[in-house]
Design a binder for this molecule. Structure first.
Ligand SMILES: *[C@@H]1O[C@H](CO)[C@@H](O)[C@H](O)[C@H]1NC(C)=O
Ligand SMILES: *[C@@H]1O[C@H](CO)[C@@H](O)[C@H](O)[C@H]1NC(C)=O
Length: 627
């Protein structure tokens, strides 16, 4: 027994060694401080490996640094502190100091007190680290699964700045932003799930199986629709050369120590051995390979969930026979799977497991895979609770915007943030048009597109219909009024989106346009015989003494009567006569000039053939000089 324990520790030690050397990537999200001005800016923070980060979304809140219990290791109810936000207030982000207890406990305590998120301020100056769940699987760690707020680790310096701003009486508001935590370059998401067929590792294994069962439906829809490309992966270790023939390596490894897994119960003397786990993992990988070749990779999800239900270790069914039964019932080609597995006793490389070991090493933005289960979305390691909704959010945020499949837009993923206070977005209550959009990315304040009309604006305080048809909707956001049979509108049917009061009105064009009193303000209808009456949007002018009102001239005219009109009429006659005379004389002059020009020309031509008897008619000097 003692010897076995020693062997177990040796292998554990080697595994830990390889973990310590592994390249671990800290996944980050943005934190944008919006006030006060002194610390305004965008900072990085590290996403905790528990709780529910809002992948693809954002969360706005106000920071509170509690007066006591600043490390959040004791319940806040003991201190009469609550972080529940009151209606109309921003959610509370609790700033907590690192130290004294697990990160997860801090998150749980803050969540119970009503916090919307926790920010853990690092206690020393160092690069950001990933806050993880405790390694020990204590029975009182039930709360781990119930943490559903996001958590972020911030640097000591940012923590200090926030504290000093708060103590100076400033309000610290910020936005946690996960929109860029997963790259979203195209309309397909590639993801990997690193799992294990071991079902006897306590809470972690239970959670993993629960997740597989819950996520199966969504995963299959996504895969069948061609929206995702999924690959399952399995971690194995190798036994150091010197130990390949030891009893320990023989029980934990296959293919002569080339591929090993830790003992499921961490006890060599009972239950299944590590090598059983390796073989079952290999079988799962082979099921995937075989089905991927036939174009139905999603059958893997059915296989692993059915296997977990039908072949548990507890019932001593974690065997090849049980597995084969599941394979057959799903219509998978058993011979192909067996061929893929090969002979576990042979001293040869297994191409599948060799490829798995190689892909364990991180590439690009992905770190080495060292913990199980691990989900990698678009080559970024997912951080947070492995739970359907949270994972789906992360995956959905991996699609290029507006290419998300329908499953990403279903009610499950809606945040319902528009229901309260319209999500803080612009809305027009009268026409029931809102800029709030409820999506898995969280609520978006984006000016809408209604009946072919695009609204433009910031989405928060204003949105206005734009384009050719914009007057058709809510009158383009402009003033409009009907009285009797008259309707006036300040919306202009051209492409300008300005509201402009029509002629006869004045005002901003949006809320109101007031009738202009033309009689008083425009000095119209002012002739002696004129009588002015203001109307809505216009005016009426009438003339006394039976005269006729001429709108264009804003004057009254009549027949033969003396008045201002007589003068202008006689002037007009004079003008007509003058113009007529001028054109007549112009014509005469023109005629005359043409004739004299022709005369001279003809004379010139004739002169070339015969000498003219006289030249005295032309007395111009030019000719004289020619001689
Ligand atoms: C699964 O099939 C797809 C499409 O045929 C292929 O691109 C991919 O490399 C395959 N995956 C594995 C792990 O064989
Ligand atoms: C506005 O629209 C929503 C959903 O389209 C509807 O539930 C609500 O009753 C409407 N409100 C009014 C005032 O028309």
């Amino acid at each position: 027994m003692g010897k076995e324990k020693l062997g177990f520790f040796t292998i554990s030690f080697l595994m830990i060694l390889s973990l310590a050397m592994a390249r671990f990537v800290v996944e980050k999200n943005n934190l944008k401080v919006t006030s006060p001005d002194s610390i305004k800016g965008v900072y990085e923070c590290a996403i905790g490996n528990f709780g529910v980060p809002q992948y693809g979304g954002t969360l706005v809140g106000a920071v509170v640094y509690p007066k006591s219990n600043q490390k959040a290791c004791k319940s806040y109810s003991d201190f009469d502190i609550s972080f529940k936000s009151k209606p109309g207030r921003l959610p509370t982000f609790v700033l907590i100091d690192r130290g004294d207890c697990y990160f997860t406990l801090k998150a749980w305590i803050a969540q119970q007190a009503g916090a919307a998120a926790i920010l853990v301020a690092d206690s020393k100056v160092e690069p950001l680290i990933t806050m993880d769940t405790p390694e020990e699987d204590k029975s009182d760690a039930d709360y781990l699964q119930n943490i559903n707020i996001p958590s972020a680790l911030i640097t000591k310096s940012l923590g200090d700045s926030i504290k000093s701003a708060l103590s100076g009486g400033d309000m610290v508001n910020m936005k946690l932003d996960w929109t860029e935590s997963v790259p979203h370059p195209d309309e397909r998401v590639e993801y990997e799930l690193w799992t294990n067929s071991n079902d006897e590792c306590g809470k972690k294994c239970d959670t993993q199986i629960e997740f597989l069962k819950n996520f199966k439906g969504a995963a299959q829809i996504l895969e069948k629709g061609g929206h995702t490309q999924f690959t399952p992966h399995y971690i194995t270790w190798y036994c150091p050369e010197a130990f390949t023939l030891s009893k320990q390596c023989k029980s934990q490894c296959i293919n002569h120590g080339k591929y090993c897994a830790p003992d499921p119960e961490q006890d060599f003397t009972k239950g299944y051995d590590g090598k059983d786990v390796v073989v079952q993992n290999l079988r799962q990988a082979c099921v995937y390979r075989v089905m991927n070749e036939t174009g139905k990779p999603w059958i893997w999800w059915d296989y692993v969930t059915d296997f977990a239900i039908r072949c548990p270790m507890k019932e001593k069914k974690y065997t090849k026979e049980c597995a084969d039964e599941v394979i057959r019932s799903l219509g998978i080609d058993l011979k192909k799977v067996d061929k893929c597995i090969g002979d576990p006793e042979a001293d040869v490389e297994n191409p599948i497991l060799k490829a798995e070991q190689e892909s364990q090493i991180g590439k690009g933005s992905r770190g080495d895979v060292t913990i199980l289960p691990t989900l990698v979305v678009n080559n970024r390691q997912y951080r947070g609770k492995l739970e359907k909704g949270a994972v789906l959010k992360a995956m959905c945020s991996g699609f290029q915007e507006s290419t998300e499949p329908a499953i990403c837009l279903t009610e499950d993923l809606e945040t319902n943030e528009c229901l309260e206070n319209n999500g803080g977005c612009w809305q027009d209550k009268a026409s029931n048009i809102t800029a709030c959009q409820d999506t898995f990315r969280g609520r978006l304040c984006e000016c809408p597109f209604v009946q072919g009309v695009k609204f433009v604006g910031d989405g928060y305080t204003h949105c206005k219909a734009s384009g050719a048809l914009h007057c058709g909707i809510n009158n383009g956001g402009c003033w409009r009024e009907t009285r009797g049979s008259y309707t006036y509108s300040a919306c202009q049917d051209d492409h300008s989106n300005d509201c402009k009061c029509p002629i006869g009105f004045k005002g901003d064009g949006v809320k109101n346009c007031e009738d202009v009193d033309e009689c008083k303000e425009k000095k119209v209808c002012q002739c002696p015989e004129c009588k002015c009456k203001n109307t809505w949007g216009s005016y009426e002018c009438s003339c006394s003494n039976g005269l006729l009102y001429m709108h264009e001239h804003d004057t009254c005219i009549g027949s033969g009567k003396v008045g201002t009109t007589k003068l202008s009429w006689s002037f007009l006659w004079v003008l007509i006569i003058v113009v007529g005379a001028a054109s007549l004389s112009g014509y005469a002059i023109y005629k005359y000039r043409i004739r004299s020009y022709m005369d001279a020309e003809i004379r010139g031509i004739m002169a070339q053939y015969m000498p003219l008897e006289s030249q005295p008619l032309n007395t111009s000097g030019t000719r004289m000089e020619d001689i």
